[in-house]
Design a binder for this molecule. Structure first.
Ligand SMILES: *Cc1c(COP(=O)(O)O)cnc(C)c1O
Length: 350
């Protein structure tokens, strides 16, 4: 009844329990800063509901372009970076066309590959979750890939690919390289500065993580104007709604208001990393994001224990390279104290 492959496609599970502390989706556990929220609400009160959102789209693109010293033609705004990624897989993939990405990485890459009927070619990360750039380039060349995707800082490992390596990959492959920078605000080093130099480079960004706008579903892509033009063809007319566009423009203009909380998340991540390192039996991976990945031999039981306390973290079951791993989003200081003492208590009495 359905198109081939749809029934066997895994479902991206978004059902939620009644969490007391929600640390499973890398959201910001703080809503918009009060001053920003006030301006957003005032702005939404002036929306022309009867018009298609073309001026709002242009305004947001203009703001983003100016920040990166690019032109509006180098920016595509979409419904989260999810839509960007899905369109990239659609536009560059297809039957008998390979798309290369590392593993473990963002689980949706596999789903977009299947949806677009592309051949997914995964390059396993090393044991410490770093990417061997030579292996990656070789994989791209061997399958004559039509698109390469990397995520840095990487979800769910938290590790980065140095900018010099991104540049090296872009220089040495013949296909587009998409860099998923969903967590870049927690790291600070972006590949956006290389867009003008490498016409095959694409940067995907989102308002969902550092800017606490997951509800609005806004993301954008930076690339050369030809790529932006072609990917734009794959989008529906007026695909992003005016409420999200208007809210995102205010948030973007006021992004300095987010600096203190980004610094707080980074400091908390460091504090949690150091505390976790001291717990015997737990391996903790260095992270440049707003989450931390840990490995523990009885991760299943630890996860169940946290669940019983209504603390929601992300477990990966038997996903290759993520056996016995849990990914914990960094919350507020109080939330972090709570989950950390729960983890400690469980491990120490096991
Ligand atoms: C969260 C996330 C996204 C998607 O975010 P949107 O909410 O769709 O903008 C994309 N890539 C990675 C790696 C993510 O973690």
């Amino acid at each position: 009844m359905y198109r081939q492959g749809l029934e066997s496609l895994p479902t991206y599970d978004v059902s939620e329990k009644d969490w007391k502390i929600k640390l499973n989706a890398n959201e910001s556990n703080l809503n918009l800063p009060p001053l920003v929220e006030e301006r957003v609400i005032a702005r939404l009160g002036r929306v022309a509901f009867n018009r298609y959102p073309d001026t709002e789209m242009d305004d947001l693109k203009d703001l983003i372009a100016r920040n990166f010293r690019l032109n509006e033609e180098n920016v595509l705004v979409a419904n989260g970076s999810s839509e960007i990624l899905e369109k990239l897989f659609f536009a560059f993939g297809g039957p008998k066309r390979s798309i290369v990405f590392p593993m473990p990485s963002f689980s949706m890459y596999n789903i977009y590959a299947k949806l677009s009927e592309s051949e997914a070619k995964v390059v396993p990360l090393e044991a410490d979750y770093t990417l061997d750039v030579k292996k990656f380039i070789q994989a791209v060349q061997e399958c004559d890939a039509k698109l390469a995707v990397v995520c840095t800082p990487n979800n769910p490992t938290g590790t980065i690919i140095p900018l010099a390596d991104i540049e090296y990959i872009a220089k040495n492959i013949d296909c587009p390289l998409a860099v998923d920078e969903a967590y870049v605000e927690f790291y600070g080093i972006s590949a956006a500065s290389l867009i003008e130099k490498y016409p095959n480079l694409i940067v995907a960004r989102t308002f969902s993580k550092a800017y606490g706008m997951a509800a609005a579903r806004v993301g954008y892509m930076l690339a050369g104007k030809d790529i932006i033009h072609m990917i734009g063809k794959a989008c529906m007319p007026y695909h992003v709604n005016v409420l999200s566009l208007a809210a995102a423009a205010i948030v973007y203009q006021m992004r300095d208001e987010f600096v203190p909380r980004i610094q707080m998340y980074v400091a908390e991540r460091k504090r949690m990393f150091e505390a976790l390192e001291k717990i015997k039996g737990i391996t903790v991976y260095p992270s440049e994001t707003n989450f931390i990945l840990i490995r523990y031999e009885n991760a299943v039981a630890l996860n169940e224990y946290l669940e019983s306390l209504k603390i929601g973290v992300r477990s990966f079951g038997n996903a290759p390279g993520l056996e016995n791993c849990l990914r914990i989003t960094i919350g507020t200081r109080e939330e972090n104290d709570q989950w950390l003492s729960a983890v400690k208590a469980f491990v120490e009495r096991s």
